[in-house]
Each structure stands twice: as structure tokens, then as C-alpha cells.
Design a protein around this ligand. Sequence first.
Ligand code: SF4
Length: 356
Amino acid sequence: MTRKVMIGGVAVGGGASVKIQSMNNTDTRDAKATLEQIARLKDAGCDITRVAVPDLEACEALKKITKDSPIPVVADIHFDYRLAIGAAENGAAKIRINPGNIGGPDKLRLVADCCKERGLPIRVGVNSGSIGRDILTKYGGVNADSMTESALQAVKLLEDQDFGDIVISIKSSSPKLTIDTYRILSKSCDYPLHLGVTEAGTVKEGTIKSAVGIGTLLAEGIGDTIRVSLTGDPVEEVYCAKSILRALGLRDEGITFISCPTCGRTQVPLIELAGKIEEKISRLPYNLKVAVMGCVVNGPGEARECDIGLAGGKDEFLLFEKGEPVRKIPADNAVDEFVKEVIRVGEERNKADRTV
Ligand code: SF4
């Protein structure tokens, strides 16, 4: 098991649940816009967010952002140790640096001491583009061994400063290299690991790469916190991360949507209806398993195992709830009627959960 690190009030590692992170793409100097985006991220299910701190103005804006943010804010710093110290002083819950490019051991010591005084962890972030020439030569280029050694070398720089409150991330845009590297790294140390496939692409392609890279590792028990990296609204990263965790049974928040691929037995316009239903319900705040199935062969069976489901007949659906058939719904009204039923069941579930 990895050691536990606290990021603000959020535990990462040491057996804690896998945490979802994202990164704001607002201008950090604009505290209002950044806080608005953080509120959206939190509502979507984000546990921790990160902001870029490229200059003193952004560092100054952190004071307000960290004071008013409902979730811990991590400061992402490159090159300038003064910004790392400033971010720590201005309320960041964690500092993300590459210890190898922060200005040498003396400057790194100042950052480490400042974080230690405040009980702040440091994330050592290494990516495939930041591996030193000596390591590349030793291992014959960018591969899992050189990535791991690069990360451990960066970690050692902090350990040499007597600092051990560390989270490690090594990122590549290749899911395969990400998987291979974290497998080795997880056997080489007990620091919590932050997983992500970096620069994964737009929402569609990035979702697939992230699901493969992050999902494979989590399924093997590797990884304490994750960030899905997408070219898009960061809120999409959070929904994608939640889907990955749900698929692995690591979180049950949100709607799990099941629908069949359709076949020659289908007698309802399932592709169109399932798409519309999913669009309307997929982000509702209910922990429900919802099925929309095309026919009576497999449909009722699947639908019964869900909290609520539809099984298609001839131009109509049978509505199932908690395993029991409830009533028939004409295909023409299926979207609106079913969405209403999902909301009703979701509200009842949430109310029951609140009274427990
Ligand atoms: S549930 Fe029915 S309609 Fe859907 S793929 Fe299976 S057999 Fe075909």
C-alpha cells in the first residue's frame, strides 16, 4: 500500500478512495473566472483541482482562489522557485513541480522547507519530454525504464532535502508507455501515484486513451489519484474520470447507463431513443443503474438488474423498476416519460440516502 498524503482535507494514498483531479484552463490571474470554473468542477465530482501559476500576478490571485475554493487547489509551477514558495504562502494545498528544473538544490531546499513548515505535499511531475540526456543514453531512449529512473531521480532530489510528503506522476501521451512505466514505478516506491495519459486528445479520442491507460492500472490496484487530460472543458475530464471509476466499481456516483447494440429483433427506434435518453440523464445527480434495451430476448433480464429500465416490444417499451414490470410506454413518448421516471426514482433514492 502507498503512504497517505493529505491535500488540504483530502486523503490520497494509504488505502483512501481514488481521487479525481482536474486542471483549470482559466487565466489564474482572473480569480473570479477561475473560482466559477472550480465550482463547476466540484459540482461535477472533482475532488482536487490544479491551476497554472506562471507569474507573480497569478501567484497573488491564488490568495483569493484558495480562500474561496470549495476544493483543494494545487499550484502548478515551472522553473521559478519563488513562485512555488509564494503559492505555498498563498494557500495552495499542494505544489506541483519538477525538482530538476526549479533552480538547483539550494532553491529546491527553500521550496521543500517552506512546504514542510506548512504540511504541504509536493507532486513530482515528470513527463517523457523531461528525461535527462544521461538517463536517455543509459536506457536507449524514452521507455518505461528511463521514465521510472527519471521520476525516482527527481524524487531523490527532494528526499535529499529530507522531504518525503510526495506524490509522483509520470506522464506520456502513450497509454502503453504510461501503463508500463507505472507498473515498474509502483514496485519501486511507496509514494502515492497520480495517474494520467497526458495530451490524450479531444474528448472522444482522449476518453478512450485515458480509459485504457488509467483503467488498466487501476484494475491492477495501481494509482491513488487520477486526472483525465482532454482538449475541452475540464468538466468533461471529471465526468470521464467518474465513468472510469464507476466501470471499475471504485465509485458509484452518477448514472450507469446500459443499452444494447440493437439487432434484427429490435422493433423500436432504439438507437435514436437511447441517445436522447442518455443525453438527458447522464449527468443527473443520482446513483442509478439505468438500462434501455431493444427487445424481449435479453431486454427484460438486463432491465430487471437495474434500478430502472426499458425493454422494447413492438412500437412500445415495458418499464421495469427494481426488477418488477411496471407498465407499458409507447415508443413515441418513451424519452420524456422515461426521463421523468428516472428523476422520480433518483429523487426517492437521494431522499432515502439522506435519511439513513
Ligand atoms: S437486447 Fe434484444 S434487440 Fe438488443 S441486441 Fe440483444 S437481442 Fe437484439
